[in-house]
Each structure stands twice: as C-alpha cells, then as structure tokens.
Design a protein around this ligand. Structure first.
Ligand code: PLP
Length: 403
C-alpha cells in the first residue's frame, strides 16, 4: 500500500528548499560546486557569531541540558520585554514566547488562530513560510499586492478590497523578504487602520529590523497600534547571524482581554513542544543587551552595505533587468522585463541557471508572486564572489527565453 502525504499538505509550498535544491544536491553529489544563493544564512558566507553571544551560550550550556519553561527562559523573556518597553510598547514577561526560530512561532500562531476556511491577508511577494503556515492550519492565504512601482509598498486599496468576513489577520513583513522594502510610518498606519476597521489581528514579522541601509529607520508596528492585538516576531537568526541556534520570540502586544482564548491556545501549543532550544535561549539577553555589531555591517564601509550595492549595481546593468534598491534585509528581488525574456515557468528558468552556471537562486513565484518575471538573490557572499555570480547570471540570461 502506498503511504501518501496528508491532504493538509496539498497547498503547502516552501520553494526556498524545494525541488531546485534537490537538483542542486544531486549536482553536488556528482562533484559540482554549487553557489547556493537560496537561503538567508549569514554563517554560510563567513559571518561570525558576536563573541558575547557565543560566550553566554557556552557559559550556560552546562546548565541547559534539561527542559525549561515552555514559554521560555525568564531572563530571555525579561530581556525581550525590556527591549520592547524601551520603544514604548507595554507588555509583561507573560506576553513573550521563545521559539525554535521565528519559524516555529509563525506556525504556532497560525495553528492557534485558524479554522478551516478562515482567511489571512499575506503580502505578495511574501516570505513563503507565512502562506505555507496559513495553509497547513486549514486557512486560506489571500495575497495583497505590494507595488513595485512604489518601492514595493503594500497597495492599501488592494488590502482593503481583499478583506472579507472570513479575514482574521493581516501579515506585515517589514523590512521585507524578498523585496528589501522598509515601510514608512504612513504605510504602517494605513495597514493598521485597515486592521482596526475590520477587527483583524496584526502579525508583524520584524526579523530584519536592524538590517537597514541608507539611513532607513524601522518602526515596530506595535508602537503605532497599542489598541490592536499585534503579534510581533523577531529573533537572533539575521541581525545576530546565529540562524543555526534556532532562537526567536513572539511578543503578544496590545489589549488581551478579548483574546484570552487565543492566548490559551498559543500556550497549549508551546506546552506541546515542551520548550525551545535551551542553550540558545541563554544567548538572547546577551544579544539584545550587548554591542549591536550589526551596525558595523550595514553602515558605510560595512560588508552588508557593500554587498547590497554590488548586487544592485550589477543586476541593474543586465539588459532587461530592473530592481528596486533594497533598503533593508539581505536580498534583492529583480524583475525580468517580459518583453525581453519570455519566461513561462520561472522554476524551469532557475533550474536552467543551476545546471548551466552552478548558481542556485529562487524563482519569484516561490514567493507567491503571481507572474514568472522575478527572482530572489541572497546578498550574503563577499562582494567579489557576489559580483562574479551576478555577472554569470547576466551571461546566462543573454538570449534566454528569446524566440
Ligand atoms: N521571517 C522572515 C521574513 C524570514 O526571512 C525568515 C528566514 O529567512 C524567518 C522569518 C525565519 O527565521 P528563523 O530563523 O528565526 O526561523
């Protein structure tokens, strides 16, 4: 008898590690060196763990071999609480859940919220774990469009049009993966105003909040909406370059009296997974309270800024390729002019690139972008390696998809 996957997985896609990666691994097994520009994993490109984080983790590892509190280590939750209180968000340690990365908390937040057929507004393009988590929870992700012509800001009229009586929540990813957009206060106020009018929960994924370029500033959504239930997600993977520690948090901000049942649901799910990785939780207070060395990487002279510039400049020199300059995060999401490149299936295009240039990128439709005319590149390799990769992408594209 065949063992068949559950129908719950029917609409669950996560192309960042999908069939293209399987092909990359086959090529690696056959002896090829593949430049993998598919995941935002800073350590893979030589970014080091800040020393105080490593030190705190090592110092505590001897005491961290038992299960801990299901919601998280008190010292870590206290550090997260103080972090938000300094920007004016009122919350207590009880409002904070530590998780095995933001990934786990995203899934828990949706599992606890959705009944079959409930809808969640998710940006297009999105970080696809959001859409996948909504689907796995029985919900329907309804994508609102971000407007490339307007620096990838969410199209507020489209958001409003897509609200129905089944809509329960709106997801905001700021700074955005994959576009690199950083939303200004006006846009965030527009989004929270829609949430207010329609009684939506706000889910604000702020994992790139410290990776900002060109003087961009980040506004935590919860600071603009103290009257709304806002779930704020963040963690150590990106700004502190320790993605492998699997350490993230969810802060439940805003009024909670009407949400006790939902919060009990979240706590049941936290209890069921026993606790998050304990050694890494010891790193949270050191990270939030220590020197913010990410600034050295994003300010003038910093490696991440230099790499963002290199990728942007070389991508936009490829004929038929345009790109909104990313103001934050670690990616670029360039557009392939459909008049120049007749691409019917963008996953096939990235497979062709992989086979010919041994470079792995992710196709735009993998981010729930509806047309096959974008791709995402990770801006993490050192500038010279990144420049070589983008030049080779240009060579590959020359003549691609033309009759
Ligand atoms: N949210 C966004 C927008 C991301 O880009 C990522 C990872 O790339 C995550 C969440 C997951 O992060 P974590 O490593 O904390 O699970």
């Amino acid at each position: 008898m065949q063992v068949i996957q559950s129908t719950k997985l029917a609409n669950v896609c996560y192309e960042i590690r999908g069939p293209v990666l399987e092909e990359a691994m086959r090529l690696e097994a056959a002896g090829h060196r593949i430049l993998k520009l598919n995941t935002g994993n800073p350590a893979a490109f030589g970014f080091e763990c800040p020393p105080e984080i490593l030190e705190d983790m090592l110092r505590n590892v001897g005491e961290a071999h038992g299960y801990g509190d299901a919601k998280g280590l008190l010292s870590a939750r206290r550090a997260v609480m103080q972090h938000y209180q300094t920007v004016g968000i009122e919350l207590s340690v009880e409002d904070i859940y530590l998780g095995n990365g933001v990934s786990e908390l995203i899934q828990m937040s949706m599992q606890a919220l959705l009944d079959d057929g409930d809808e969640v507004l998710v940006p297009a393009p999105d970080y696809p774990l959001w859409t996948a988590s909504v689907s796995l929870s029985g919900g329907t992700a309804v994508h609102y469009r971000c407007d490339e012509q307007a620096d990838w800001m969410p199209d507020l009229a489209d958001v409003e049009r897509k609200v129905t009586d089944r809509t329960k929540a709106i997801v905001i990813i700021n700074p955005n993966n994959p576009t690199g957009a950083v939303y200004d206060e006006e846009v965030l106020r527009g989004l929270t105003e829609i949430a207010r009018r329609h009684n939506l929960i706000v889910c604000s994924d702020e994992i790139y909040d410290k990776i900002l370029f060109d003087g961009a500033t980040h506004t935590p959504t919860a600071t603009l909406a103290p009257d709304l239930l806002t779930l704020t997600f963040n963690g150590l993977s990106k700004a502190y370059r320790v993605a492998g520690y699997r350490s993230g948090w969810l802060a439940v901000c805003g009024p909670k009296a009407h949400a006790q049942s939902y919060i009990e649901g979240l706590t049941i799910l936290a209890n069921m997974r026993l606790c998050a990785n304990m050694p890494a939780q010891h790193a949270v207070a050191a990270a939030l309270g220590g020197r913010q060395s990410i600034n050295d990487l994003v300010l003038p002279g910093g490696r991440l800024l230099e790499q963002r510039d290199t990728a942007y400049e070389l991508l936009t020199q490829i004929p038929g390729v345009s790109c909104v300059k990313p103001k934050g995060a670690i990616y670029a999401f360039p557009r392939l002019d459909p008049k120049v490149y007749k691409i019917k299936d963008d996953r096939e295009m990235v497979l062709d690139l992989l086979r010919s240039e041994k470079i792995m990128i992710v196709h735009g439709t993998g981010f729930n972008w509806p047309e096959p005319d974008h791709f995402r590149i990770v801006n993490l390799p050192p500038a010279q390696e990144l420049a070589d990769a983008v030049t080779r992408i240009g060579t590959f594209l020359d003549g691609y998809g033309q009759p």
